[in-house]
Unconditional design. Structure first.
Length: 463
């Protein structure tokens, strides 16, 4: 359920929702939800910053007062994460674990309360069996609901009554039972940590949700501020956290309003800006923008890799490309965010996505910078693929993995994207007009003599 945070959107009034791509913005803080990478599942970006962040865009679908789909970075919160949480509890919380927890709660009560009242509370705890616990898990409502307010919407899940609940006892016992409950919550968190070892990006929100299991109530999507949860989204019970009932705006993504744009990353010697891009949604390029993918025709000794232009201007979802842009500012490179364009990822594209083992666009950690991984970069005025200097492959960019043999061959430390790797064009003029010329070592040449050079990204023999 933790992924609910990635949905984003805007409406000035609480009108009926329509399906589509949205951003989710907190009405009070004006923070926009962003699912990026690592442990970054957080509401710490402004709307201006969000325009260039694919992790702020989610596809949301609605029916009546329910959110039936909420997908960002390849993750569907409603249909994948929430059912996964229920399955996780049932599969990992076995009978032995449950009774060990219950015994711990009983021991805690006995150490803090004696006499008739302590005996009554111990009896109350002991009457909840493992079957009671499993029934509670089955009753967890995996539906995300929304309710309208005068400013926007509250998003929440319903939680059934926890098997260990003081609600049917005298009010005196409520605090004592909740104290015992902290033992259960702590163990639930530990279990979640073990189960979600490969989903570490989700842990903050999972922990926050598990921290608030108490009485029968709603768990609201909220922007946490408590210790250990700063700058994270989570699900909180309003009995525990008075700011839990956050109000959100659904902001439709379109060119006229809350646009999605591509921010320039590197500039070549000619002043042209480039960016590496991938997203969980398809895009249609604006005028002046070009997208390229790379194919496995690497001429490593001559620092070249062949690029193929995306002719229809449509980049399919989950397809890493290198883009030529109109400028550095994302507002100059607006794209239409689309579903069902009919395009498929290019099967011969050697650029890859940095996903988790579950296929989520959340990046990938490396033990150390690895020369086998090439990412977009700049060297000596040229933009191309260079060995990564980071231990983290970012989620919304493509990378190329080179085998040992090609790494050894490429001594220049860059692979320039070229239209023609195998063919060599013959240019008889000894003075090509206004061309940008490099030698085969990647050095810019102002006054070339006869020989083999890279001219405007192509291998050319000057005579």
């Amino acid at each position: 359920m933790l992924l609910a945070i990635v949905l984003m959107g805007t409406m000035t009034t609480a009108e009926a929702q329509t399906n589509g791509f949205n951003r989710l913005k907190n009405v009070d803080t004006q923070h926009v939800a962003n699912l990026a990478g690592g442990m970054h599942f957080a509401p710490d970006v402004t709307m201006d910053e969000a325009h260039a962040l694919p992790g702020t865009v989610a596809y949301a679908a609605f029916e009546d007062n329910k959110v039936t789909q909420l997908s960002a970075q390849g993750i569907d919160v409603v249909n994948v994460i929430v059912p996964t949480m229920k399955a996780m509890i049932k599969e990992n919380f076995d009978e032995q674990t449950y009774y060990a927890l219950r015994d711990s709660a009983v021991a805690r009560v006995k150490s803090s309360m004696s006499g008739v009242m302590g005996t009554m509370l111990v009896g109350h705890i002991n009457k909840f069996t493992y079957d009671d616990f499993k029934n509670w898990v089955d009753e967890i409502d995996a539906t995300m609901y929304y309710e309208a307010t005068d400013k926007g919407y509250r998003l929440y899940f319903n939680s059934p009554k926890f098997p260990l609940n003081a609600g049917d006892l005298q009010s005196y016992f409520v605090g004592k039972v909740n104290s015992a409950l902290s033992v259960y919550r702590g163990t639930l968190q530990e279990m979640a940590y073990n189960y979600l070892a490969d989903y570490e990006e989700m842990l903050p929100a999972v922990f926050s949700m598990l921290s608030h299991f108490r009485f029968e109530d709603r768990f609201y999507l909220t922007e946490q501020t408590g210790e250990g949860y700063e700058k994270n989204f989570g699900f909180a019970n309003s009995l525990d956290y008075e700011q839990a009932k956050s109000v959100w705006e659904f902001c439709p993504v379109n060119k006229e309003a809350d646009f999605m744009g591509i921010k320039g990353q590197y500039q070549d010697a000619n002043g042209k800006w480039y960016a590496s891009f991938a997203a969980g949604f398809g895009i249609v390029l604006s005028e002046g923008m070009n997208a390229y993918y790379a194919v496995d025709e690497i001429d490593a000794p001559n620092s070249l890799i062949r690029r193929v232009k995306v002719e229809d201007g449509i980049v399919p979802a989950f397809t890493p490309v290198i883009m030529e842009l109109n400028g550095e500012d994302a507002a100059l490179n607006k794209v239409d965010v689309v579903v069902g364009t009919g395009s498929q990822p290019y099967s011969d594209n050697v650029l890859q996505l940095a996903t988790t083992e579950q296929g989520f666009l959340l990046g990938r950690m490396l033990e150390a910078p690895d020369a086998h991984y090439y990412v977009l970069g700049e060297k000596d005025g040229k933009v191309g693929l260079v060995p990564t200097q980071s231990t983290f492959l970012r989620p919304n960019e493509g990378y190329l993995y080179l085998a040992d043999s090609k790494v050894r061959l490429n001594t220049s430390g860059i692979l320039v994207l070229a239209d023609n790797v195998d063919g060599i064009e013959q240019v008889t003029s000894s003075n090509p007009s206004a061309a940008v010329i490099y030698d085969l070592q990647g050095r810019r040449v102002e006054k070339p003599t006869k020989g083999l050079y890279i001219v405007n990204g192509k291998k050319v023999v000057l005579q």
